[in-house]
Design a protein around this ligand. Structure first.
Ligand code: 13P
Length: 363
């Protein structure tokens, strides 16, 4: 993994950053594709040629015919794009320090130690790594015959993994794992949340050996801010409102919601809602506010509570502009842009195997 160093701020005056980005995009033409996750701010989304949820971005970055992908999102997404992109395509991240706090909750070395313990007696445990994880974690998943999943395909991938082995280790998001197991009807007695507070030595191996679904105790700090009180308040203030939430929410919230799904699914819910509908949304605020603006006067879109991803918010028009300027300079001198995402060569094959097991099933 490349060092996350602070990058110099754009020298372009703020009022000109947007124009300058468009000038550079026009100059690069088909050699550059700016892509962004739905949680990016409007000022960044305005410059994206492609915007999507994490599944769509992974799929599309694998087939983009371009020379440079400028990825407006967080580190693990850009890493996946760099791994899947065609030969010769370079991926750049405008904010190399834009991490995901949930991804940081599952270090690859600890996962390897846990997997060794869980498989010590010959039990076949399939790791299913949520895309919100480091490339090191995806590589361990790949080595142990596991795969990657996103919130859009977690059900399909969990079904596959349960058939593939004696048990599945779902990581790092215990809430997504639990909600997906609920949707599949997997009994609660077959689930076990791993105890790893003091590392792998704290594991209750006897309980783990009895379970079919092992859950890593990670969570998303943005989606765990939504709670039942907010849902009840929304429903009492707007009787008949539809509540749609992301599956990273806690199980009680997911269980009471009218619809649960990825960011792309939530967008569809709002786009397809009948006129005059009221929707209460449990996901990142940039997306909720964009949907509210897009449907003003037709449907009412309200956040359950304002919950912002500060990592996604690190990318701004200024930082995108600075990264494009650096790329333009690097092209001129034949040097490498400092924003380029680099992949450790030993992680490439196993992490790619885990990602491809997902893409094969969700083409
Ligand atoms: P999606 O898979 O819905 O894009 O969500 C990604 C994410 O990071 C949610 O917190």
């Amino acid at each position: 993994m490349q060092p996350r160093t602070a990058m110099p701020a754009s020298t372009a005056p703020k009022r000109n950053a947007g124009e300058r980005i468009e000038e550079l995009r026009a100059r690069f033409g088909a050699d550059l594709t700016v892509v962004g996750h739905h949680y990016q701010a409007d000022e960044v989304v305005a410059h994206c040629g492609l915007c999507g949820d994490s599944l769509e971005l992974a799929r599309r970055c694998a087939t983009l015919e371009t020379r440079h992908i400028m990825f407006c999102g967080v580190y693990f997404m850009a890493e996946s794009a760099a791994l899947l992109a065609a030969k010769g395509v370079r991926v750049h991240l405008p904010e190399p320090s834009a991490e995901c706090s949930m991804a940081l909750m599952s270090p690859a070395a600890l996962l390897r130690e846990v997997m060794k313990k869980l498989t010590r007696n010959g039990r076949k445990v399939i790791p299913l790594a949520y895309v919100n994880s480091s490339l090191g974690v995806k590589a361990v998943a790949g080595e142990f015959g596991g795969a990657v999943c996103t919130s859009a395909n977690a059900g399909m991938m969990l079904e596959w993994a349960l058939l593939e082995g004696d048990a599945v280790l779902f990581l790092p998001d215990k809430n997504l794992g639990w909600n997906t197991a609920d949707a599949l009807g997997l009994p609660e007695r077959d689930r076990h949340i791993l105890r790893i507070v003091r590392g792998a030595k704290a594991l209750d191996t006897a309980a783990a050996d009895r379970a079919r679904l092992l859950l890593w105790p990670g969570f998303c700090s943005i989606h765990t801010r939504f709670n039942l009180r907010q849902v009840e308040r929304l429903r009492s203030e707007h009787p008949g409102a539809t509540v749609a939430v992301h599956p990273e929410c806690v199980p009680a919230v997911a269980a009471t919601a009218d619809a649960v799904g990825s960011t792309a699914f939530i967008i569809r819910c709002v786009d397809e809602a009948p006129d005059n509908a009221v929707l209460g949304i449990g996901t990142e605020i940039n997306l909720v506010e964009r949907l509210a603006r897009r449907h003003t006067g037709r449907v009412t879109v309200l956040p359950l509570v304002e919950s912002a991803c500060t990592h996604m918010a690190q990318t701004t028009e200024d930082s995108l502009c600075a990264a494009l300027e650096a790329l333009s300079r690097a092209e001129g001198t034949g040097e490498e842009s400092p924003y380029r995402v680099r992949i450790q060569s030993e992680l490439r094959a196993p992490a790619r195997a885990a990602l491809e097991r997902m893409l094969e099933r969700c083409a």
